[in-house]
Design a protein around this ligand. Structure first.
Ligand SMILES: [Zn+2]
Length: 198
């Protein structure tokens, strides 16, 4: 049985290039299996400690609070010059996540969980977040690691399977149920199928 809903994404065709140079590969080298397991284990540790199985969507604040990370909203009308999706900072030695309040609520959850991933995974010199950091084809290893963590945290496999058993069979319904962008749900289902095929 496959967990991929019928609306699973199709793969975009590679762009046609007239350059004499070979085109860059669209998909970067996959993170290695042992690192993937470390990232998933880091998300599982937070889930085990702080998630009380209240159902979906998961309350991100219990994880940021549990990890001792403060979340602040920036940007929006009050700060129109704030140019980032968000950022992980250290202020007086304490980790702080900034999230741009102008983003939609689901993307704000992704940005905050991704930044929490940078903190939990011990990334150093984390740049401000831009849209490219959240794609599965991002060339930066730390950005892909942080997104992997975010999806493992807010779209845990057990909860996804429970949602499907309760009739959330489309990516759209899962996206609504977990309050996460549809692209994240698609990517997470592909991750689960790739590493834990049924
Ligand atoms: Zn990032």
């Amino acid at each position: 049985m496959s967990v991929v809903p019928k609306s699973a994404p199709s793969v975009d065709p590679s762009p046609v290039s007239s350059s004499p140079l070979p085109p860059s590969p669209r998909r970067p080298v996959e993170l290695d299996e042992s690192r993937l397991r470390e990232i998933d284990a880091a998300a599982s540790a937070l889930l085990t400690e702080f998630w009380k199985e209240e159902g979906a969507p998961l309350n991100l604040a219990v994880f940021t609070d549990g990890a001792g990370v403060q979340v602040r909203e920036r940007g929006g009308r009050a700060e129109p010059m704030y140019a980032h999706h968000g950022r992980l900072l250290r202020l007086d030695g304490a980790p702080v996540i900034e999230v741009n309040r102008a983003l939609d609520p689901w993307t704000r959850r992704l940005v905050a969980a991704h930044a929490l991933g940078h903190h939990v995974l011990g990334h150093l010199a984390v740049p401000p977040e831009i849209p490219e950091h959240f794609g599965s084809t991002c060339q930066s290893v730390i950005e892909r690691e942080a997104t992997r963590f975010a999806l493992a945290l807010l779209l845990p496999e057990a909860a996804l399977r429970r949602g499907m058993e309760e009739g959330w069979v489309s990516v759209k319904r899962l996206s609504e149920g977990f309050a996460m962008p549809e692209a994240c749900v698609r990517e997470r289902i592909l991750q689960i199928e790739r590493h834990c095929p049924l």
